[in-house]
Write a protein that binds this ligand. Structure first.
Ligand code: C5P
Length: 233
């Protein structure tokens, strides 16, 4: 895999034109673009085809979480869009994840990677224990869900930089880790708390890093993307 294919830029826009402009500016330095709720709900599934036409691969970040049958159907629809990867909540359970993986795999070798979402980084120990009644706390719960995702046959999980080593150890080197909350040393932290630099993330074993605002909100997004890729090299 080329290094630039490990850089995922988060297209957190509601305006399709802005998203496409960012892609044109950064295509040389990034191989994958993340389409989340904001852009997908505003622009519709057609945005995936437009991004693919510009040469970008797509991470469809819609975090499916429903009964197994419903998630299986949605997974088939995501695969039919031709995305590189999409995700489902690991807390939906093994049966739900297995059905998502089975449905996604029907396309053969061009099938998308299916990733599990473990514990959202907006959740801390207090929220898990006091609000949700989950006793383990965030780190242990994330590791438990990563193992469950592996058992269900998913290709990997989305995780924070702090969890890379433990999850790789538990789930093996081929289990793909996609890591957001990445900040180059020269960029502002924004609202991300548990941050890691691009170089640290890759050195720790991340397969892909997700970067949004340090590139999308930069005065010069092209140069920002170039600097991130250079740091990875
Ligand atoms: O702008 P920034 O680099 O913080 O964007 C990171 C992207 O990764 C956002 O789209 C955010 O929703 C997503 N994300 C995250 N933390 C997670 C999961 C996803 O920041 N645990």
């Amino acid at each position: 895999m080329e290094l630039k294919d490990r850089l995922i830029i988060a297209l957190d826009y509601s305006d399709e034109a802005k998203a496409l402009e960012l892609v044109s500016l950064t295509r040389e330095y990034a191989g994958v673009y993340k389409v989340g709720f904001e852009l997908f709900v505003s622009a519709g599934p057609g945005i995936v085809k437009k991004l693919t036409a510009l040469g970008g691969k797509v991470f469809l970040d819609l975090k499916f979480h429903d009964i197994p049958n419903t998630v299986a159907q949605a997974s088939g629809a995501a695969a039919a869009l031709g995305v590189l990867m999409f995700n489902v909540h690991a807390s939906g359970g093994i049966d739900m994840m297995k059905k998502a993986a089975d449905e996604a795999a029907k396309g053969g070798k061009d099938s998308p990677l299916v990733l599990g979402v473990t514990v959202l980084t907006s959740m801390n120990d207090r929220v898990l224990k006091e609000e949700l009644g989950l006793p383990l706390g965030a780190n242990a719960q994330a590791l438990k869900l990563a193992k469950l995702a592996k058992e269900a046959g998913l290709d990997g999980v989305v995780c924070s930089g702090q969890e890379i080593k433990a999850i790789k150890e538990a789930c093996g080197k081929d289990f793909k880790l996609v890591v957001p909350g990445v900040r180059p040393a020269w960029a502002a932290g924004d609202d991300q708390k548990r941050i890691i630099t691009p170089r640290e993330a890759i050195a720790a074993g991340a397969d892909y890093i997700v970067i949004g605002r340090p590139i999308t909100k930069a005065n010069d997004p092209k140069t920002a993307a170039k600097r991130v890729l250079e740091e990875l090299q």
